[in-house]
Ligand binder design. Structure first.
Ligand SMILES: Cc1cc2nc3c(=O)[nH]c(=O)nc-3n(C[C@H](O)[C@H](O)[C@H](O)COP(=O)(O)OP(=O)(O)OC[C@H]3O[C@@H](n4cnc5c(N)ncnc54)[C@H](O)[C@@H]3O)c2cc1C
Length: 299
């Protein structure tokens, strides 16, 4: 790279593997050689971060592993899990793929709605699901949507593979369980049953090109009026995207009529403590999050 490269990248080597196995082998060798390595997918987070970083703060990178030539990572497939339909997204699937894949549009239109809200078309065609997850921004849009769909990530390294539910992937602000040498190969999501109430709401300063003040994804399923499944992902209200497990526990097994708004609000109070920042106040975020959850639950 040239001396005019973004901070810390002037002497960085770039490799372009063609398969997940090759990428993992490169990462493992870099780890053994104690070389600082980073994955690169769409570059819409990692390159921007480097450009904005003051040069004295930038950790030099020895190696960038460019995943854009790994075709396996861009696949969208289907699988049956215990009689239920799942879609499986390669880590390199872009927002634009979500907006244009017929299976996704028919099975989970909420993902199209979410993807439309991400940046503009330029970002949607470059940005990937794995990049959104690995960046671990509490304001990510892909993460809450995938979380509400019971997303499970498959992490692959030279040593093998493991799966982690998305609601256990984030440890703290921008800290995840992703280990050195691992990459996100797949994200598996459960397709909501026909008739499910599936919600996506992003509240920001503008309708487009906004970072959320609050974003909520929800999947509510009922059988004969009783809520059998209540799943959420809520962004920009905590250090990590939150699954609102307390609301889930409260709602499942009850009819909507048996739910009391004050009790649901109290459960939300226990789970999230939104902060004030340049985009909003904590009080506004909490108010909006409660309203969105209630609307998501309501028939
Ligand atoms: C103008 C602009 C608008 C934006 N708007 C939004 C928005 O509305 N909503 C939103 O959520 N985001 C937004 N973003 C942020 C960004 O576009 C998304 O987070 C995007 O999904 C990042 O994906 P990427 O492929 O570009 O990741 P990259 O920048 O390539 O990588 C991001 C991180 O993920 C890691 N990574 C990449 N692939 C893998 C993998 N397979 N396994 C493990 N780690 C991996 C990289 O090493 C890096 O740490 C915006 C960004 C810009 C510049």
């Amino acid at each position: 790279m040239s001396a005019h490269a973004p901070a810390g990248l002037a002497r960085t080597e770039m490799v372009c593997p063609k398969t997940i196995a090759e990428a993992c082998a490169v990462l493992a060798q870099a780890h053994r050689d104690k070389r600082a390595a980073s994955l690169l997918a769409g570059g819409t987070d990692v390159i921007v971060d480097r450009h904005l970083m003051p040069i004295e703060k930038a950790r030099p990178l020895d190696l960038v592993v460019d995943l854009t030539g790994v075709d396996e990572l861009t696949a969208i497939s289907e699988r049956d899990v215990a009689g239920e339909r799942h879609l499986v997204f390669g880590g390199g699937v872009t927002y634009w793929q979500l907006r244009t894949d017929r299976r996704v549009l028919a099975a989970i239109p909420m993902l199209d709605a979410m993807a439309k809200d991400v940046g503009a078309v330029q970002i949607q065609t470059r940005g990937t699901l794995a990049g959104n997850i690995a960046t671990a921004s509490p304001a990510a849009d892909g993460v809450p949507a995938l979380m509400a769909l019971d997303g499970v990530v498959k992490l692959v390294s030279e040593g093998g593979a493991r799966t982690v539910p998305l609601d256990q992937f984030f440890l703290a602000y921008r800290k995840t369980v992703l280990a050195a040498g691992e990459l996100i190969a797949e994200i598996d999501v459960r397709v909501p049953l026909p008739g499910a109430r599936v919600t996506w709401r992003k509240v920001g300063t503008r309708l487009a090109q906004a970072i959320s003040k609050v974003a909520l994804a929800g999947v509510i399923e009922e059988e004969r009026g009783t809520i059998t499944r209540a799943r959420f992902g809520v962004a920009s209200v905590a250090a990590v995207t939150h699954p609102l497990g307390g609301v889930r526990a409260l709602a499942e097994g009850k009819t909507f009529k048996a739910l009391d708004r004050a009790t649901v609000d109290a459960a939300i109070d226990l789970e999230i403590k939104p902060i004030d920042d340049v985009r909003s106040t904590g009080a506004y975020r909490l108010h909006v999050a409660k309203a969105l959850v209630w609307r998501a639950l309501a028939p």
